[in-house]
Design a protein. Sequence first.
Length: 285
Amino acid sequence: MNQLVRSLEIESLTLLPMTPTIGAEVEGLDLSRPLDASTVAALRQALLDWKVLFFRDQDITTEQHLAFAGNFGALEVHPFAPHKPGYPEVLAITHDDKSKGRENTWHSDVTWRVEPSLGSILRALEIPPVGGDTLFADMYAAYDGLKDEVKERIEGRQAVHDFAHFRIAMRKRGATEAEIEAFNEQYPMVEHPVVRTHPETGRKCLYVNAAFTQHIVDMDEHDSRSLLRHLYAQAAIPEYQCRFRWEKNSIAFWDNRASQHYAASDYFPAVRRMERVTVIGDRPY
């Protein structure tokens, strides 16, 4: 869609939507430069409108990556994933012939935290010759599309979230049970609403994901498992999605409160090297 859709009252900022509800490419912005308050406000509004923003040809330094993310809040340090040496806030995500991609599950980042992230900002440093796209799903649309009887079943319900697959990975790497227990104490399982109200838009969105949600509180195990399978499947509906084809120095900035994402792991054994910075959010309600 090569047409001007919204300038947000900033002459140099053009948004090119990828679908009717989710995903917009931002043109005319150089993220290596400091952003003024009006540009930051416009980008924040654009993020709320489109759930994920994309930027091309951003040959920026790590410091500039961090500075851009810092416009939107404090930055988190991921306790499990590898970080870039000297930069604890920067996740280093590399896959090659020795490490197949593992992010090919629909999820929202770090929902096992008491205060999951506001958003994540991912930059492509090296991409495979083909493949390695990331898909994003609009979780407002996922909720809106549910049948009324399903909405009634999940209204007011809470679900438990846990870092279970990180725990498995730690054991494979040889972590002791004492080390794992220390993480369990620091990051205990948390309960979040199955349907979250977005703190800035006030809209309801589906807030369970296949990577971190364990079960629905006070529900029979079989019923919980069956209902969660149905809810997880909503992210896979194409009408709720956009798909981004990476190029070197492309950046994606997504709202973890209103979207889920899926990194297609179809490029093995090629190299896909990314860096991610994440903005701390608040407790869902």
